[in-house]
Ligand binder design. Sequence first.
Ligand SMILES: C[S@@+](CC[C@H](N)C(=O)[O-])C[C@H]1O[C@@H](n2cnc3c(N)ncnc32)[C@H](O)[C@@H]1O
Ligand code: SF4
Length: 378
Amino acid sequence: MSGIYIHIPFCKTKCYYCDFHTSASYKYKDDYINALINEVDLQKDFISDKNVETIYFGGGTPSTVDVEDIEKIILKVKQSFSVINKPEITLEANPDDLSEQYLDKLINIGVNRLSIGIQSFENEYLKLMNRRHDSDTAINAVKNAQEIGFDNISVDLIYGLPKSSLDFLKQESEKILSLDIQHISAYHLTIEDKTVFKKYEKTGKIREITDTNSLEQYLYLTKFFEKNGFEHYEISNFAKKGCISKHNSSYWINSQYLGLGSSAHSYNRKVRKWNIANVKKYIEGVNFKNIDQEKEILSKKDMFNDYLLTGLRTSNGVDLNAIEHDLGKEYKEKLLYNVNKQIDTNTIILKENKLFLSRIGWFTSDTMILDLFLDDEI
Ligand SMILES: C[S@@+](CC[C@H](N)C(=O)[O-])C[C@H]1O[C@@H](n2cnc3c(N)ncnc32)[C@H](O)[C@@H]1O
Ligand code: SF4
């Protein structure tokens, strides 16, 4: 089974923490939608597995696009691949785009999963982040979606915000829980280069919270959501039973995926490639049937690093048998040798021939996974 990712790069305003590839100019919107549809024909043979189980509209802000355009793209995907009956179709949305009329149209074209960017319930923080909505708008968006019939809703929360305390996070967590949703993506704030937040940091307007506070918030969140019926199945993701994001999981279980749109990545187990992150150049590329792309042919070392990156991020862990089977015994032995230090310090656990991050390990996962990466082929 494979997945289709569609990147919608447009945002009405730019959030001050965000360094994603986005564009505030809707001048090219119609040309872009046409390009997405035409790109399907150019790229569809990149994935050999034509059985599509999931379609994911990510961004940018897909909810700023007319439902009629979303529908055209879904129809094109359905015509071009063997899409299963009732595929998981996710749309990322900003709360203030979700009018009853918009939601009603979305559910009628088969979108069955919403990922709503709430980020915080505190209006002061929403303002600081330059979000377009306030807390009540976000809560009402979720309620409206539920009333209209959406029963698979995810919410994005940013924690570790400047000056945030554990007590504040406790309030945020209770508010999320009261929404009665199926999935939560909770991201620790990263102050990225070239963002307004970076400027704020340089001028002293905001400051990162301490490592101790970060860890305390992370441990609180994971325990709180687990206690309240959510499975912590990936570093930043929590789901009620049966509500794990099938699309995101496909990245972690080595399924093939095709990414359409500017900056979108595609993967077919042998090659990974990504489109140029420029809306105008992307459209021109599609029109000339020659999209500007970068490509990486995956060596055994790359596949090994991918196994670590994807496996350790999730509750599935890294299967040592799979590494031995797909890459050779020497890769498994090298990993077992290198991981000894982490096993001794209890950040990685070895169980039934699989490696898993411990709860503390998940918090320091980025550096730890990088430490285990191979720089050279064996
Ligand atoms: C593409 S956006 C989701 C859809 C929509 N554009 C929105 O903002 O509601 C992806 C998510 O990544 C998270 N995110 C982006 N930049 C981040 C940062 N610097 N630190 C933490 N989380 C971040 C936010 O939670 C955001 O909702
Ligand atoms: S967080 Fe979402 S809405 Fe804000 S700029 Fe990034 S992609 Fe756009």
